[in-house]
Design a protein around this ligand. Structure first.
Ligand code: SAH
Ligand code: F3S
Length: 439
């Protein structure tokens, strides 16, 4: 009987892809997926450390696994990814039944670590000098048969003062454009229609040997037969070029949506965050995007309560929301991260104040989204059907500009691009009527 594994993923899209790489490696080495943690011989927690809450979530999960581990002496528990890299052997003190600790770039050697962890408890793969040079992954067990995430770079060379990512994922390394394009051609031949390009500062991508920029890479992907949608995350404002905007305007395969994290609307706070741009220079980019001949939806990330953020700084962030009219906003309370530059600053905005500011941001943005989404009424749009909907209606899909559309239709539409007419809206989604072209 093959040993069975169960992977639980926390955090971002990059972690989702890392879990697919881990699953690919385990499957290739003779293991098989389990239906749940109770049925598994190996439980892998693929973790996040971007905020303290993410770290605590893993400790809570480890607490829940304690009983299972004490009942099943042969169970292998592996804690991998960013939180494992950050917390290191502290995890073993709190959860001595953990058999494997590994950083985020260990997917390709996961089965070796697990075997080692089973024999000589614990196996530790946290050394950054052991990170493989190459970003090529032989085996990826993809969860979705029409949308594939593809790594184009790993790590980050920026040092935003609040951010743990350069510490857990290391300096930026990029893949060769030829390798990326070969992988995507292969995915297209297998029926994948949507490609999601991933990198921490995805648009800083440059293949110096082949002289392929990020925009050049996008155009080459758009030319691959069968690829209908291309998305990417996350671009950094300072690497946003006219060439990239031009590619987005002329290639309909590149979705008309961009996530452009701003973090704050106050130039003083942006400087303290070491983001590398001022409010004015960020707004110049936004205005270029908004005046492009193709309409492009814009989303962002906001941090409230960064050290020394005053009421006035916070009001600048609200004014920014009003000015840009984002399609969606991910907002977070500042969470001090060890080893970052901002960790040495006094975390002087109280948790209550942070909570209050977060609520105000979310309320303000909700009104903007209600107004924005109302303008979709009556439009006919293309939707890639993704899943059964959570609510009453039966299916959910996404428009090119990343709006979620719920509608009634048969399940066989999942994975197809169809037409809908928009008949309703809420702050976070649209309601559509499927236009059945076969009748
Ligand atoms: N460039 C990365 C950013 C990763 S972190 C990307 O690909 O998305 C994602 C978001 O988490 C950041 O944009 C920021 O808004 C938020 N974040 C990062 N560190 C944080 C911290 N210490 N406290 C609160 N939010 C944080
Ligand atoms: Fe983090 Fe800033 Fe890089 S948010 S991932 S250090 S661009």
């Amino acid at each position: 009987m093959p040993k069975k594994y169960f992977i639980e993923t926390f955090g971002c899209q990059m972690n989702d892809l890392d879990s697919e790489k881990i699953a690919g490696n385990l499957l290739h080495n003779g293991m098989a997926p389990a239906d749940g943690p109770e049925q598994a011989d190996i439980i892998v927690l693929n973790t996040c450390s971007v905020r303290d809450k993410a770290v605590q979530k893993v400790y809570t999960r480890l607490g829940e696994l304690k009983q299972l581990a004490s009942r099943r002496k042969d169970l292998v528990v592996a804690v991998v990814g960013c939180m494992a890299q950050l917390e290191g052997e502290k995890i073993l003190k709190r959860a001595p039944y953990v058999n494997v600790l590994a950083g985020p770039q260990k997917g390709a050697v996961m089965s070796d670590l697990i075997e080692q962890g089973r024999r000589e408890h614990p196996a530790i793969g946290l050394r950054s000098d052991e990170i493989p040079e190459s970003l090529e992954t032989q085996y990826i067990l993809r969860q979705n048969p029409w949308r594939a995430s593809v790594t184009i770079s790993e790590g980050c060379n920026r040092n935003c003062s609040f951010c743990i990512v350069p510490i857990t994922r290391g300096q930026e390394r990029t893949r060769k454009s030829t390798d990326i394009l070969r992988e995507i051609k292969d995915l297209a031949s297998k029926g994948y229609i949507e490609i999601f390009l991933l990198g921490q500062t995805v648009n800083s991508y440059m293949d110096r040997v082949e002289q392929v920029s990020f925009a050049g890479l996008l155009r080459r992907i758009a030319a691959i037969q069968g690829i209908k949608r291309i998305r990417f995350t996350s671009p950094h404002p300072n690497d946003f070029t006219d060439e990239l905007l031009e590619a987005m305007v002329v290639c309909p395969q590149i979705c008309n949506q961009i996530h452009l994290p701003v973090q704050s609307g106050s130039t003083r706070i942006l400087r303290a965050m070491r983001r590398g741009y001022s409010l004015e220079s960020y707004l110049k980019i936004i205005s270029k995007i908004q005046s492009a001949s193709r309409s492009i939806a814009i989303s962002t990330d906001i941090i409230v309560g960064f050290p020394s953020e005053t009421e006035e700084d916070f009001q600048d962030t609200l004014s920014l929301l009003d000015e840009v009219q984002y399609d969606s906003v991910f907002s977070f309370k500042y969470s001090p991260r060890p080893y970052t530059a901002a960790f040495n600053l006094l975390d002087d905005v109280s948790d209550e104040e942070k909570k209050g500011r977060l609520e105000i941001v979310q309320k303000r943005q909700k009104m903007i989204q209600i107004r924005k989404n109302s303008t979709y009424l009556g439009l006919r749009l293309e939707v890639l059907v993704e899943d059964k909907a959570r609510s009453r209606v039966s299916l959910a899909g996404r428009t090119s500009d990343n709006k979620i559309v719920n509608f009634d239709g048969p399940e066989k539409l999942i994975g197809q691009i169809i037409q809908v007419e928009i008949a309703g809206f809420s702050p976070n989604s649209l309601k559509g009527i499927w236009i059945d072209s076969s009748v």
